[in-house]
Design a protein around this ligand. Structure first.
Ligand code: AMP
Ligand code: MG
Length: 419
């Protein structure tokens, strides 16, 4: 038996970061930036108003108060998006809207609510003047040119995972096309004479192909592009043909056919088509695992992970082995997954010294995480996964987890920390 780490390191040694592609900005969400992006101009490009109000000189409103407003002459108005050559002289004001560039001469913006504008409106008084009721320091309510991004600055670094905020920042720089590491195409092939496609009538002795769907959904969830290659029967010739259809994929994931049954032919085919190792991994569920590469006619080597057929085992081995491979291909670091510590509310026995991945529902009470088993843990009970939001990882050396003990939990939907 090999350890989970040994198996994972062996796999990751064969996985390479994929090439760079150039795509429209919005299509790059969740991908890793493959270029350093510098600002070719200041953001914002000019000092602009943070409020709707009046642009004035700070000196003109010294000592202003509600009791003794400073009355200024209004010399014009600037809306956002307009270019104006108005100039604010001592004793004058320009009516200004949020986002409009601050006119020359002004060094402060007084919000409408700190003027007597409403009173003037109600009294139908002249709008050629405005009373300012507050004394504000220089720079108040003005967003400075370059305060967000200074021209020439390195704004988003190569290697950064693009979240919605980075997409917005790149848009603020006018970046339409972005270089990112491309997403892997993951071929998914089910095996087994008993497995039927879900659009077929269910026949005696048969079951539906759930694995290809849960695996494809996991591929999508972690950023890959699934390519469903159907179901290959337990027959050397047909399986060989099916595997050849995966030649345009970046990695092939099969389910089933890697244990010790009479019809487990994946081994045989892969031994003929490529280089394959069969591992007994010290984990539960998911003991049998195959990994290897097969070589295309053009010499390109395609990695192949043969997952066990049991629906829970295939999903968990995907989490543990395929997810890090997908992340590595996308230029991401899979080692930064933020596991949590939870208090286990049930007991778990570990009889044969393997690492147990127990399906748990984690909740939070009084500032603590609590984990409960999601019912029977058989590797064919796929509904145990639907009730779970994480996997409690019980070390090989732990023979028993008693209720109240701390356990480490890999949360399904907590992404790797990556800056
Ligand atoms: P195997 O690893 O091929 O021996 O399969 C182990 C168990 O998983 C068997 O009970 C299979 O029927 C089941 N199984 C295999 N492939 C699938 C699949 N694609 N969808 C659902 N169950 C499967
Ligand atoms: Mg089978």
């Amino acid at each position: 038996m090999i350890s989970v780490e040994e198996a994972l390191n062996n796999i990751l040694d064969f996985i390479e970061v994929l090439e760079v592609e150039q795509k429209p900005l919005l299509d790059c969400l969740g991908q890793v930036l493959a270029e350093d992006v510098y600002a070719s101009f200041d953001v914002p490009p000019q000092d602009n108003s943070a409020m709707d109000g009046y642009a004035v000189r700070a000196k003109s409103i010294v000592g202003a108060s509600y009791e003794r407003p400073k009355v200024l002459r209004v010399v014009g108005e600037i809306a956002a998006g307009c270019v104006s050559d108005l100039k604010v002289e001592p004793g004058t004001a320009v009516r200004i809207m949020t986002g409009a560039f601050v006119p020359r001469g002004a060094d402060v913006v007084v919000p409408f609510e700190d003027t007597d504008e409403v009173d003037r409106k109600q009294a139908s008084a002249s709008r050629a003047e405005i009373g300012v009721c507050v004394d504000l320091p220089q720079g108040a309510n003005i967003r400075r040119r370059g305060e967000d991004i200074a021209k020439g600055a390195l704004v988003v670094r190569r290697g950064k995972l693009l979240h919605p905020a980075e997409i917005g920042v790149l848009a603020s720089l006018g970046k339409k096309i972005v270089s990112v590491i491309r997403r892997p195409v993951v071929g998914i092939l089910a095996t087994g004479n008993e497995v039927l496609e879900i659009n077929q009538p269910l026949l005696p002795g048969k079951i539906y192909n759930s694995n290809s769907y849960s695996l494809a959904a996991q591929v999508i969830r972690y950023g890959g592009i699934p390519k469903l290659l159907g179901i290959a029967p337990d027959d050397v010739e047909q399986l060989t043909m099916a595997i050849r259809h995966s030649y345009d994929c970046d990695i092939l994931v099969t389910s089933g056919g890697v244990s010790l049954g009479d019809y487990d032919v994946v081994k045989q085919v892969l031994a003929a088509e490529g280089n394959i190792s069969f591992w007994t991994v010290c984990m539960k569920p998911g003991k049998p695992l195959a990994f290897g590469t097969f070589t295309r006619d053009d010499g390109k080597k395609i990695p192949h992970l043969g997952l066990p057929g049991n629906p829970v085992s295939s999903m968990i081995t995907f989490e543990v082995f395929v997810r890090p491979a997908i992340l590595k291909m996308m230029g991401r670091d899979s080692s930064a997954k933020p596991n949590i510590t939870a208090v286990m509310e049930d007991s778990i026995m570990n009889n044969d010294g393997r690492r147990i991945f127990a399906r748990v529902a984690v909740s939070r009470r009084d500032g603590k995480y609590l984990a409960r088993l999601t019912g029977p843990q058989g590797s064919g009970i796929l509904t145990s996964m639907t009730k779970a939001n994480g996997l409690a990882v019980i070390p090989e050396s732990t023979q028993e987890v008693k209720p109240g003990a701390d356990v480490e939990v890999m949360m399904f939907n907590w992404d790797e920390i990556q800056d």
